[in-house]
Design a protein around this ligand. Structure first.
Ligand code: AHM
Ligand code: MG
Length: 335
């Protein structure tokens, strides 16, 4: 029987082969994976752990926080504070950046995360997840400021997510393809279950919240109308639709069997570029998708090229199978 490769062994071997994972980054990824393991345990306990329901508070985006949003945020902060690999962290659940306390050594990396994505699915026992993005702190000045985080997604040095579904799966890129690890609960470790993940360029499956259709822009409406027209329409084929309302789970499906995920700008809140956040939702997912041969745009530009102006900036998202993302992006430019 082939030997199981743990996340630790995978990272050590990657570090040896091409030096793509410096020691501090390896520690960071192991710490994030450990935190995800704890979050997975808390999620798994559900009502028995007293972790369901609202925390009766709001985050900086004005969204009501669930108990598990707060617990997951704390788990990630506590796990990452003391290792010496980080300079600071930023989270969907915190207004401003969180510096590593001065009693601990400062590292060279910046970590951003959405501690528990898909919050509306927590209490109904549907897949949710943690999304993370790693940047290098600019080394031209001492200390850390929020401005240090405002780097384009193309500058990420690692990105990934952990989906808490029927099984817990960690998906990772350090810029050398995408690897998936499944949590072996008996062993307590993540085991490599897929390497070199590839998204097919074509698909017959789209994901979008159809209830917002009347608020969409014309190019999005055109794209979805053509999918819905099926065999008899201009696309000449029938499409299937999925919408889990957890980006992590929708992206996981796309990395597994292809598809296109869309959360476009819409007229409900026209001053916002979209619902999803650029730095800790769209950027890490866009990089994973590109690393798996897919594409990710905001309808006009490649997501990874966007220069963030603020930490909690929002963005429209079209990602997944390359030919479909290029088609809907083309519709935005009048093609
Ligand atoms: P969250 O980070 O507060 O959970 O919000 C992000 C989630 C995504 O996971 C998902 O794609 C989207 O919101 C679902 O939105 P909607 O409820 O509008 O369908
Ligand atoms: Mg989220």
């Amino acid at each position: 029987m082939a030997q199981k490769v743990s996340l630790t062994r995978y990272l050590v071997e990657q570090q040896r082969v091409d030096g793509s994972i410096p020691a501090q980054l390896r520690l960071l990824l192991e710490v994030v994976a450990r935190a995800c393991k704890s979050i997975s345990m808390a999620v798994n306990k559900g009502a028995l752990g007293g972790v369901l329901g609202s925390a009766e508070s709001e985050n900086v985006q004005g969204e009501v926080q669930k108990k598990l949003d707060i617990i997951s945020n704390e788990v990630l902060i506590e796990a990452n504070e003391w290792g010496g690999h980080l300079a600071a962290m930023a989270s969907e659940e915190m207004d401003s950046i969180h510096l590593v306390p001065s009693r601990y050594p400062q590292g060279e990396y910046l970590l951003l995360f959405d501690p528990l994505d898909g919050s509306s699915n927590i209490d109904v026992n549907v897949s949710i997840g943690t999304i993370f993005s790693v940047l290098k702190k600019p080394d031209d000045h001492p200390g850390v400021q929020e401005a240090d985080f405002l780097q384009a997604g193309a500058k990420q040095v690692a990105a990934g997510y952990c989906v808490y579904g029927p099984s817990t799966t960690l998906v990772l890129t350090v810029g050398d393809g995408v690897a998936m690890f499944t949590l072996d609960r008996e062993q307590g470790s993540f085991v490599l279950t897929q390497e070199n993940v590839q998204i097919p360029a074509d698909t017959k499956e789209f994901a979008i919240n159809m209830s917002n259709m009347r608020h969409w822009d014309a190019p999005v409406k055109r794209y979805v109308d053509e999918c819905l027209a099926g065999k008899d329409g201009p696309r000449g084929k029938d499409f299937n639709m999925r919408w889990i309302a957890s980006m992590v789970a929708d992206v996981h499906r796309i990395l597994t069997r292809g598809g296109i995920f869309m959360y476009p700008w819409d007229k409900r809140e026209p001053e916002k570029a979209g619902k999803l956040r650029l730095m800790y939702e769209a950027n890490p997912m866009a990089w994973l998708v590109e690393q798996a041969g897919g594409a990710a745009t905001n309808g006009r530009q490649r997501i990874l090229d966007l220069q963030p102006a603020k930490l909690h900036e929002r963005v429209a998202v079209f990602l997944g199978s390359k030919n479909e993302v290029e088609r809907v992006t083309g519709y935005h430019s009048g093609a």
